[in-house]
Write a protein that binds this ligand. Structure first.
Ligand code: ZN
Length: 166
């Protein structure tokens, strides 16, 4: 598992950024979330991984990525994110006002991942912090997936309605 590099929004494909931004507006209103912004990342290149490992004196293959590193520290849990596929998005408790998205997502995937990650922000605000640990991870991931599927349907119905009304 590699870490991730910041990508400015201007470097994200325009249709992907636009789909994420539409979903961001929809979810922030739906869940009454304020001040949570979208940010973009790409995976590190092999050269960047080596540079980072050398800089921090880390053994090769060490995980240094956002909430995954936090979870490892918390109990040495196996990493779920990124193991079964590419890392699409991240929400980190220690950076509660940011949702991170992979810059390589398709527009549809970006919309889904935006809703999923923003619902983690909602969870952090509405569930006590002691429930946010690794033990209930599967529960919260399930909630986020259910909300994202729901939000994708509602937003597309809304957009169809608005197009028909024009
Ligand atoms: Zn999640």
């Amino acid at each position: 598992m590699t870490a991730a590099c910041f990508v400015p929004t201007t470097d994200v494909p325009a249709d992907t950024a636009a789909a994420a931004e539409r979903m961001h507006s929809f979810v922030c209103e739906d869940l009454q979330l304020d001040g949570v912004v979208l940010r973009w990342f790409r995976p590190e290149t092999d050269a960047e991984v080596q540079e980072r490992e050398a800089f921090y004196g880390l053994p090769p293959g060490h995980t240094l990525c956002f909430e995954m590193a936090v979870e490892e520290d918390a109990g040495g849990l196996p990493l779920r994110l990124g193991e079964s596929g590419p890392l699409n998005g991240l929400y980190m408790r220690h950076r509660p006002n940011e949702v991170w998205l992979s810059a390589s997502l398709s527009p549809d995937a970006a919309a889904h991942v935006t809703a999923h990650e923003l619902s983690h922000a909602w969870q952090l605000q509405h569930y006590p912090e002691e429930l946010q640990g690794a033990r209930l991870r599967t529960f919260f991931e399930g909630l986020s997936e259910a909300y994202a599927a729901h939000a994708v349907k509602r937003l597309s119905a809304l957009e169809e309605f608005e197009e028909a009304a024009v």
